[in-house]
Write a protein that binds this ligand. Structure first.
Ligand code: ATP
Ligand code: MN
Length: 530
């Protein structure tokens, strides 16, 4: 890998700025955000901001520089490519654009493991974005081990710069461009702050496998005996919600690595959905939305500045960004050992999947590669109607390598650790979207607790005739009927039709992996029906 002069690039951008501010305190960033306009304090002292046209990520506007390092490594079916000279032109134009502006420089870390760490510097003209990424990544003062050989990453953030498709080779005026060889990122044409954290994640996901680290789009927490659990899932399936558990210290919210020593958080903060947030169902997250320094994105406030979390007039994808220190219980060092439990979360809007199923290691890899959920309204622009989504490794937009690279690493780790995998459906019951209802969080938590605590080791299981996985027949505190979706539907034939349709979608999706992946561990229709 070439050794790029990150200090030089940063110094160059700083030199052009009118008043660069390095690593400002939280109060100073809040004060400047209020001064820059477009932000206000809530009644409880959080910083409320709006992101305008982009209230979610723009996956189609993300590009990876095509060069010797990436050409034969990246799964281009899933990623846009950008020529190196276009990237350099974009970077030069963005540098020019940032000149003579206010500039905030945040020197942060990604990777709570000194074995695999990035020294991330974010340069942005926007005070609230500086605060956002300061909340989300690891602050040097957090006291985590700092690696002597941390790799430099520079993120040049220019939310108001409009890319020119003809000149920069982009699709639109919005661009997230990643140079994996030099670890430089340019983000322009969007105010949605989640792009910054997911850009760091994308770099990590590209580099980590070569260092023996499995990068994972998951949350993680610790059980009473210090045993780690991982929660994989696409946006809105419950990673953040369910990993916040008063009995289990949080390791991390969204992005982790798993190497020989165990699991480590990549980040130092959380980015929680706040839509319909309630103090009863999600007390830790609710409390974090009321604290000074938290950034609330696109949350509607009443006249007194009190958040109205039920108001989705701006977007369903309202968010709160806060550091782990905002939570009552955090795992020491934000690391865990080797996980004992791996949970795949899905929000099945077809109402077909059981709320909990036990997976064999082969089924686990099948579901990991499939990455199924159903989107009702989400983090991505333009999704308003429910639709089935298959996103490999539960995070295809941020996993640059071929999914089978990550799948093989997961298979090997499941085998060596003996971790038990589960599929937890946080979606619909009693019928699909529009007919049934979403399973309540309390029931989901009871199912999850039973799986995590080993309470299901000895209960009777039935084998699902289509999916082949095992479904518990009884779980303490849960209505047994809920466990079998066929019984929750008033129309049995409608269930069978919906189930057959979903099985078909799984099988069709899996064809893209060809012979390189084991389709046998997936669902099958009875021969007559197929
Ligand atoms: P992202 O990757 O975008 O951060 P995430 O996987 O962390 O997504 P959450 O933020 O946990 O997703 O979102 C789950 C949402 O679904 C929350 O708004 C939560 O209140 C809601 N919800 C409703 N019912 C359930 C349930 N049974 N289990 C989990 N979450 C539920
Ligand atoms: Mn989340």
């Amino acid at each position: 890998m070439t050794h790029f002069d990150h200090q030089g690039l940063r110094a160059d951008i700083v030199a052009g700025a009118s008043a660069p501010v390095h690593n400002a305190t939280v109060p100073a960033l809040v004060a400047r955000a209020l001064g820059q306009g477009g932000a206000q304090l809530t009644a409880h002292g959080a910083l409320s901001v709006e992101t305008g046209a982009f209230t979610g990520r723009s996956p189609k506007d993300k590009f990876i520089v095509r060069d010797g390092l990436t050409e034969n490594a990246v799964w281009w079916d899933n990623a846009g490519g950008m020529a190196p000279d276009r990237f350099d032109l974009l970077l030069a134009d963005v540098k020019e654009h940032l000149g003579h502006q206010e500039l905030f420089v945040e020197d942060l870390l990604a990777g709570a493991s000194a074995r695999h760490q990035y020294a991330v510097t974010v340069l942005t003209p926007s005070a609230w974005h500086a605060l956002f990424i300061r909340n989300l990544l690891i602050r040097p003062e957090d006291g985590l081990p700092i690696a002597a050989d941390a790799r430099d990453v520079t993120i040049v953030h220019a939310p108001l710069f409009q890319a020119d498709p003809d000149r920069h080779g982009t699709r639109t005026e919005t661009v997230i461009a990643l140079d994996m060889s030099r670890n430089i990122v340019v983000i322009a044409g969007t105010l949605y702050a989640g792009e910054i954290k997911k850009a760091v994640f994308s770099l990590f996901n590209f580099h980590a496998p070569r260092a023996g680290v499995l990068p994972m789009h998951c949350s993680a927490n610790l059980g009473p005996e210090g045993e780690a659990a991982l929660f994989f899932g696409l946006s809105g399936t419950g990673k953040t919600t369910l990993s916040n558990d008063s009995a289990r210290p949080l390791i991390g919210d969204d992005e982790h690595g798993w190497d020989d020593a165990g699991v480590f958080n990549l980040e130092g903060g959380c980015y929680a959905k706040t839509v319909r947030l309630s103090a009863e169902a999600e007390p830790e997250i609710y409390a974090a939305t009321q604290r000074f320094g938290t950034v609330l994105e696109n949350v509607v406030l009443d006249k007194q500045g009190v958040p109205i979390f039920d108001d989705i007039s701006r977007t369903e994808n309202t968010r709160a960004a806060y550091p782990l220190a905002a939570l009552p219980k955090v795992a020491p060092g934000t690391v865990g050992g080797t996980p004992k439990t791996v949970v795949f979360l899905t929000a099945d809007a077809f109402g077909v999947l059981p709320p909990l199923a036990r997976l064999t290691p082969e089924q686990a890899v099948y579901h990991f590669l499939s990455g199924y959920t159903a989107k009702v309204a989400g983090t991505e622009r333009g999704i308003t109607e429910p639709q089935a989504t298959f996103s490999a490794c539960f995070g295809a937009p941020f996993m640059p390598l071929h999914p089978t690279v990550y799948g093989a690493m997961l298979a090997e780790r499941l085998r060596r650790s003996g971790a038990q995998a589960w599929l937890l459906n946080t979606g619909w019951t009693g019928g699909g979207y529009g007919v049934g209802r979403r399973i309540d969080i309390a029931s989901t938590r009871r199912l999850l607790t039973a799986a995590l605590d080993g309470g299901l080791d000895d209960v009777a299981m039935r084998t699902d005739p289509l999916f082949g996985f095992e479904v518990p027949e009884a779980v303490p505190g849960v209505d047994p009927a809920l466990l079998d979706p066929r019984q929750t539907w008033s129309d049995a034939e409608a269930y069978e039709r919906a189930a057959a349709r979903l099985v078909g979608l799984f099988r069709k999706n899996f064809e893209k992996f060809g012979a390189g992946a084991d389709a046998g561990a997936g669902p099958h229709l009875a021969e007559a029906a197929e």
